[in-house]
Write a protein that binds this ligand. Structure first.
Ligand SMILES: Nc1nc2c(ncn2[C@@H]2O[C@H](COP(=O)(O)OP(=O)(O)OP(=O)(O)O)[C@@H](O)[C@H]2O)c(=O)[nH]1
Ligand SMILES: [Mg+2]
Length: 213
């Protein structure tokens, strides 16, 4: 499965804090959301295999704008390349972020999430090692309540044992209150989960159903 989907290019396109700054050329978008430091930017680098495409930091609060990355992908037995956007967001729930800043955050992020017509699904990242925080549960419910499809990803899977991964997934499902939820474990250090996530993305960007309707 790993080589069924190939990323042919990945480059930073633009950053936005308001609508006028979204990319002019419309493409399908897949967005990454999660607490500060959970590993959103690292996952984008792992997925594209473009070193330092998204800026990573051990200090939470690194990403402060909506960052659009233009990605090209091909799938086996299909000569056509498809271009799409991976969208990196600032993290939520950063304790040092003041109330004013949190309000600004929610304003521009909510505006983006609710107004983008090209948004395909939201990858919500939750640290697999810990019990999801209230902010994670609130964000998940908010997305579901706004009919945004969510794929939950358990990050930093390399930091726990195989057993720890299963426990982490069970804990996430329980906290979010959906026992049958699919949670994808991911490690940006080992690139585990990458082939599975690429397949989900490829299924979506090579699906022409909507356009043909
Ligand atoms: N071991 C391990 N460390 C990781 C993994 N993913 C991210 N990290 C580390 O976690 C820290 C935060 O990673 P980022 O990718 O910057 O996190 P972010 O979610 O983009 O953070 P903000 O931009 O602040 O919201 C960095 O020190 C990364 O090296 C992973 O899969 N495994
Ligand atoms: Mg980041």
């Amino acid at each position: 499965m790993a080589e069924n989907v190939v990323i042919t290019q990945g480059r930073y396109l633009t950053s936005a804090v308001k609508k006028e700054q979204y990319p002019e050329i419309r493409r399908k978008e897949i967005v990454f959301i999660g607490r500060s430091n959970v590993g959103k930017s690292s996952l984008i680098n792992s997925l594209t295999r473009v070193h330092q495409l998204a800026r990573v930091s051990s200090q939470p609060g690194k990403t402060q704008t909506i960052n659009f990355y233009e990605i090209g992908a091909k799938v086996a037995d299909n000569p056509e390349r498809r271009d799409f956007y991976l969208v990196d967001l600032p993290g939520y729930g950063y304790a040092k972020t003041g109330a004013a800043r949190r309000r600004t955050w929610s304003r521009f992020i909510n505006e983006y999430l609710l107004s983008s017509e090209d948004l395909q699904f939201v990858c919500q990242l939750i640290d697999i090692r810990h019990e999801p925080m209230d902010s994670d549960v609130e964000m998940f419910r908010w997305l579901v309540n706004h009919n945004l499809p969510v794929l939950v990803i358990g990050t930093k899977a390399d930091k726990v044992s195989k057993n720890g991964v299963s426990q982490g997934i069970a804990r996430i499902k329980q906290s979010l209150g959906i026992p049958e939820l699919d949670v994808l474990p991911y490690s940006s250090v080992k690139n585990s989960g990458r082939a599975e996530l690429l397949q989900v993305i490829a299924d979506c960007i090579f699906d022409d159903h909507e356009e043909n309707e």
